[in-house]
Ligand binder design. Sequence first.
Ligand SMILES: Cc1cc2nc3c(=O)[nH]c(=O)nc-3n(C[C@H](O)[C@H](O)[C@H](O)COP(=O)(O)O)c2cc1C
Length: 334
Amino acid sequence: MTPGATDLARPATAPGLRIAELALRAPSIHNTQPWQWRVHGDRVDLFADRSRMLAVADPEGRSMVISCGAALHHATVAAAALGWPAEVTRMPDPRNPDHLATLHMRAGHQPPRAVADLEALQQRRTDRRRFTSWPIPPERLARLAASVATDEVRVVPVTAAPDRVRVELLVSRAATIERADRRFAAEQRTWLDHSAVDGIPSELLPEPRQGASGRVSRFVDEPATEDTRGSIENSDGLLVIGTDTEGPAAWLRAGEALSQLWLHAMNDGLSVVPLSQVIEVDETREALHHEVLGGLLQPQLLVRIGWQEIARSPLPRTPRRPLADVLLPNGRRR
Ligand SMILES: Cc1cc2nc3c(=O)[nH]c(=O)nc-3n(C[C@H](O)[C@H](O)[C@H](O)COP(=O)(O)O)c2cc1C
């Protein structure tokens, strides 16, 4: 069970354990939760868990590390909210590329926004239901994108009509390529209703739309038609999270940016859905890089953003593995 923000004062648990526990709520590709934590004293280590990597869709581990980056950002949000602001060392061990980060915590002040951020962290869901048809004003999208930019990561709004059309076609092409490949389809099926503690429960996926030509998400298997566009609506906001370089350090930063973007969007009343198929397929990732990002940025994730119906029913949470399952024994080298 993940505790609510009101449990912040719970005294008994060491802060490192509470921080790791709260970071479990991070989004991850297919809800694989590909991370492990080690807690000792005022230090918390994050490791990638390669046994949970998607061998077909993610052979290099990009989505695995992006997921871990999101967990790392969740951990820093939790640490700040608990009054233990953390300093992060990324890739601390050159001999172990799976050791992604170390958080060094110091007792300190709780920043003013910390509790609101923690509340957003606990309320966050991937809600794949269709957004309302209200378009997001471009300046609002630009503000959101700018709010998470760092030296290592840039977030690019896709607003120009020709770029949007190009992105939609690439998303559609990636979905068609993956659907035609039995290995992709089989791997994705494995993570639908995978277990009581991971994977994506099919009850959380939206119903296919009657008579629609497109699909709401990669998991909703509507009959293929000539026009497979439709996973993106005209009014959806689109952002590409990109990095200057490629490799695990860049992926980790991209994941941190995803988490930060998601929490900022929530505080702005907006909903976020990642779309990673276009990144998973080499051909469409390359096309996104050259044709939409001008060859300047490496695309790491596409996200669509919009407003959910105010009166929508609450979406249940996806499950998580218990903390004990992702905790490495203290002192054990990995
Ligand atoms: C790197 C990454 C890629 C993802 N790709 C997709 C995607 O292509 N389509 C989708 O519907 N959800 C995608 N998701 C969302 C995950 O499926 C979701 O985070 C996970 O099932 C846990 O659910 P939650 O976000 O509601 O906690 C992605 C998440 C991450 C971190």
